[in-house]
Design a protein around this ligand. Sequence first.
Ligand SMILES: [Zn+2]
Length: 297
Amino acid sequence: MLHVPFMDVRRCLTREDYFELVNGPDFTVRWMLENHLALSHQDRQPFTLPGFCTTCSSAVDFAVDFEGAWQAPDGFVVPNWREFMNCPSCGMNARVRMMQSLSTAVLLDGPDKNHFAAYLMEQVTPFYAWACRTFPWASWTGSEFLGPGVSSGTIHEGILHEDAECLSFASASFDLLVSCDVLEHVDQPARALAEIGRVLKPGGTAILSFPMDPHLDANRRRAEVTMTGDVKHLQPPIYHRNPLSPAGSLVFTDFGWEILEQMRISGLTDAAMYVYWSFELGYLGIQYYFLGHRRHS
Ligand SMILES: [Zn+2]
């Protein structure tokens, strides 16, 4: 398992693993701490928490606000720790700081740093800029989805377009692939996972984040693209923020535990969910990522 100082990481393969963890004694103490923090800020005014930003390598006061907050069962409002606990210096939220930490760990653990090739499924973001700036000797490829009907590999105004279901890259191109909250916006996530498995080198690492409902066994489709290219809604539409689209990105899938099996079928044989928590690093609530290595063929 990748080691990041000050962080508690637990591997979950099943629904039972997950609920045993989040209902266990460690998380009981965490809930008490987080509820205390939330109850101290029910005026919903922004506040700060001291911590350490791994991107900036410095102690900072993380900025917390109540955008995207959720209502706890007994009525009080809890910040969205994953999306809205930002470093004031680099601006990264908790989710992106974690992906940055993991990417650094994979790169520094790699057998050959001078020939390290990574693909981030994002390009117009602080994370991509940070990666290129911090590890200039590595090869970084980033892309965005510029819309249907554009061919993967097209560059428009300096931005590489890639459709996650049909990547333009040769097989076995990358040591690391990072996808931050992309897969829920893809019509056929199994196809995207197959592409992720294809473009990774044997032994390469995929680090994926996406919202997942731990109560669900099977994935639940929210929308699908029909034969005529229209979007058919199967559940009330949900849109997430997209830096390239004011309308946001439609969520096509609510993921359940089926996603781990889909990752394994795609060649990520040790695919697992990793739940992490760290007060020092500003990772509160229940946050998780998915990681798997491309099997050696
Ligand atoms: Zn920072």
